[in-house]
Design a protein around this ligand. Structure first.
Ligand code: ZN
Length: 113
């Protein structure tokens, strides 16, 4: 389950952030999650809950914003959305592309008390 490592990373980053601000409780964390990360929100929530127990992050609500997988065609410059990594340009059918978005995992917002 790769969610545990991800939960740990988010937990560490948020902990560091709230330490700086002397926060006693975190209410929610908004995450931008690219489709390519293949994160299962319920699994991530579960891992996060066990990490957060007894910390200022205990009971925090995780909100997920899905970021679609977008490619840019190297031939014609067309930007198109796809379901998975294997794709062809919707304009010129080229299979040469670069990833524009879809592999990100960003802590967008931390709501504190
Ligand atoms: Zn193209």
């Amino acid at each position: 389950m790769h969610e545990f490592g991800i939960a740990q990373n988010i937990f560490d980053a948020v902990s560091k952030e709230i330490e700086k601000r002397e926060v006693s409780k975190v209410i929610s964390i908004k995450l931008e999650v690219g489709k390519l990360t293949a994160i299962v929100p319920s699994a991530l929530e579960f891992c996060f809950e066990s990490l957060a127990e007894g910390t200022p992050l205990d009971g925090v609500k995780l909100t997920f914003i899905d970021i679609p997988l977008k490619m840019k065609c190297k031939k014609c410059g067309n930007i198109y959305e796809v379901e998975d990594y294997y794709c062809i340009c919707t304009e010129c059918s080229s299979i040469e592309y670069e990833l524009i978005s879809g592999d990100e995992l960003i802590i967008k917002q931390i709501e504190v008390e």
